[in-house]
Ligand binder design. Sequence first.
Ligand SMILES: Cc1ncc(COP(=O)(O)O)c(C=O)c1O
Length: 372
Amino acid sequence: MKAIDSFVADRIANISASGIRRIFDLAATMKDPIDFSMGQPDFPVPDRAKAAAHAAIDADQNGYTVTYGLVELREKIKATLTHEFDWDPAVFATCGVSGGLNLAMTAICNPGDEVLIPDPYFVSYPMHVELAGGRAVPVDTAPGFEMTADLVEAALTPKSKAILLNSPSNPTGVIYSEENVKAICELARKKDLLIFSDEIYNMLSFDATPASPVTYAPERTILLRGFGKSYGMTGWRMGFAAGPESIISQMAKVQQYTFVCAPQPFQWACIAALDEDMSKVLSDYRIKRDVSLKIMSERFECATPGGGFFLYCKPPSRFKTGSEFVEAAIQKNVLVVPGYAFSKHDTHFRISYAVPDQKLVEGCQILHELAG
Ligand SMILES: Cc1ncc(COP(=O)(O)O)c(C=O)c1O
C-alpha cells in the first residue's frame, strides 16, 4: 500500500512551506510577542464600507455575481483608472490580488515559460508561476532593490514571457523610479514581453505617486490592485485586474471555473470604500515609516521605503545570516521575518511597521540594542 502522502502531486510536495508560515508557527509558542511579522494593516475598515457590506447581506445580496463582478463596481474602478491614466481597460473583480496573480499566471504560462520576478519578492510569486507550469526567474536586485531594465535584460532568455513588477515593493517598500519604469516598458515592447504590475500598495505611498507601466505600455500591461491593504479589509479578499481585453477575458475565463466570482457583499462594500478619503491613514503610516526607519537605520542597513508598511534590513556582520538575527530577536520576544522567505539569499529580515506606535518604538529599540 502506498503511503498516504505519496498521493500528493510532485509540484505541490516540492513547494516548501512559506517562511512566513513557519514564523507564524513559532509565534504561536511565544508569549505576547511584539509582532512585526504581519503583512496587514492595523486600521479598521471605513464605516461606510462596513455599512455597505451589512446592508448587502441584509438585503439578501449574497449570491454569485457574474464572473467579472458587479457592473457598479467595475464602472467605478474604470472611472478611477480613466481619471488616473486616461486609460479604458477591461476590468474585473478578483478575490484579492492573490486571486488575480493566480488567474494571470494560469492564463499565460505554457510549460517552461519564464516570468521574471524581482528578488526579494512577495512570497507567493514563485508559487503562482510554478503552479501554472511556468518558471519563475528571480532577478537579484540587491543592494538598491529596484529591478532595473538592465537587470531584466540580462536575465532574458528565448523563453521569457512576462515581467512581474511590484512597486511599492513587499518586502522592501522601495518605489521604482519613473525612468526605470519607462525603460522597462521600452524593453518589454522591444522584446515582446507582457508586464504584470502588482500595485497593491499604491495607496500607501508616502513620498510620491509611484510610476506605473500603465502610463508607458498600456497595451501590454495587466494591472493588479487590491482593496485589502488600502482599506484594512485583507480578510474580505477583494481586488481587481485591469488590462487588454484579450488577456483579461482569459483570466476571467479561469475565474469562471475556479473562484467563480469575488464575494458579493464585499463587492458592494468596495463600491462604498472607493469614496473614502484615506489621507489620515496615509499620514499615520508615514509617521510609522519615519519613526521606525530612524531607529533601525542607526544600526541596520535598510532599503529606503517609499510605501507599503515594511522595512527590509540587513543586520550587522557579526550575525552571519538574516535568520541568525531573527532567532536572536525571537529570544527577545520580537517577531520579525527572515529574508529567505522572500529571497534566494538569507541576508536580511523584514519588519512590518503596521503596529500600534508604542509597540513599534518598543520593538525597534529592542532590535537596535540587539544589533549593539
Ligand atoms: C506584493 C503583494 N502582492 C499581493 C499580495 C496578496 O494580496 P491579497 O491579500 O489582496 O491577496 C500581497 C499580500 O501581502 C503582497 O504583499
